[in-house]
Design a protein around this ligand. Structure first.
Ligand code: NAD
Length: 284
């Protein structure tokens, strides 16, 4: 029997829990604050920003968006981030990616104070993650770890296969899985025989952005499947896994939409609370 991992329901629980934590802080006149920085007018980015702000409003987090013009230079983005770094009412800062015009986000990302880096992309936080001292970490991998914990899925000694080696998903997730003593294989577009690897997986995470990439015969029966992909096909949003087929043999699977996406946003809320609590320790 396949468990459908209801990301939306889990996210709702995290929102409620975050709201409780925010209420405790409110007793001490502390309101967690998140600032998002959006450069340009990418419609997908605009939608993600809206989703994040509405989740904040349900979870007791004050949030604001800084909108910068498409023509912004790296220096202008950094100047804005440095302003936010100095503000005491802002505990978390998130730079929405991708930046327009092929701007490299690396320097802008590095200008975010590591303590306020709720997306976990700062090299200092990434480095800590790699060294096994997780602080603020990328939200999508964290959401997957969170769901596995909630499902009581043991990670130690488990075969984990990750398809996709991006800085946002594949690489940080591999580190998080190693920190929990799983055996990890990371595949990508240059992997010679994808199926040979994916068939090993007790836990299979797919973040490639290729609809229908994972078919039934590539999956071990009973495997837990996390489909991170978000693809527009016609007027539908689908993942990277052939859901119809694979859900028949999987032990558990995330739907798209309603799986990994909502979990990712929920982890942003959690990390904003973590950051706020850390920054206001003296006041509590
Ligand atoms: P990316 O787009 O930067 O890179 C794609 C990765 O997939 C690379 O490692 C590439 O080598 C690999 N890949 C591409 N084609 C492949 C193939 N045919 N076989 C094997 N590997 C292949 O990665 P990303 O930014 O992690 O995004 C991946 C997907 O996940 C996208 O659809 C994106 O929209 C989605 N995403 C969703 C969330 C969420 O919250 N649900 C978060 C981040 C990304």
């Amino acid at each position: 029997l396949t468990t459908i991992i209801d990301g939306k329901a889990l996210a709702g629980e995290v929102e409620a829990e975050t709201l409780e934590r925010a209420k405790k802080l409110a007793n001490k006149a502390i309101v967690p604050g998140l600032a998002t920085v959006l450069v340009g007018e990418n419609p997908a980015s605009q939608m993600y920003i809206r989703l994040k702000h509405s989740a904040c409003s349900r979870a007791g987090i004050r949030s604001e968006n800084v909108l910068l013009p498409e023509s912004s230079t790296e220096e202008e983005i950094i100047a804005k981030i440095e302003e936010l770094n100095l503000r005491e009412d802002i505990n978390g800062i998130l730079l929405q990616l991708p930046l327009p015009g092929g701007l490299n986000p690396q320097r802008a990302m590095m200008s975010i104070l590591p303590e306020k880096d709720v997306d976990g992309f700062h090299p200092r936080n990434m480095g800590a993650l790699l060294l096994g001292a997780e602080r603020l970490v990328p939200c999508t991998p964290l959401g997957i770890i969170y769901a596995l914990e909630r499902l009581d899925k043991k990670l130690e000694g488990t075969e984990v296969v990750i398809v996709g080696h991006s800085n946002v998903v594949g690489k940080p997730l591999a580190a998080m899985m190693l920190n929990r003593n799983a055996t990890v294989q990371v595949c990508h577009v240059f992997t010679r025989d994808l199926a040979e690897h994916t068939r090993d997986a007790d836990i299979l995470v797919v973040a490639a952005g290729v609809p229908g990439l994972i078919k039934k015969e590539m999956v071990r029966p009973g495997a837990y499947i996390f489909d991170v992909g978000i693809n527009r096909v016609g007027d539908k949003t689908v993942g990277d896994v052939d859901y119809e087929e694979v859900s028949q043999i999987a032990g558990a699977i995330t739907p798209v939409p309603g799986g990994v996406g909502p979990l990712t946003v929920a982890m942003l809320l959690r990390q904003t609370l973590n950051a706020t609590e850390d920054q206001t320790k003296d006041q509590q």
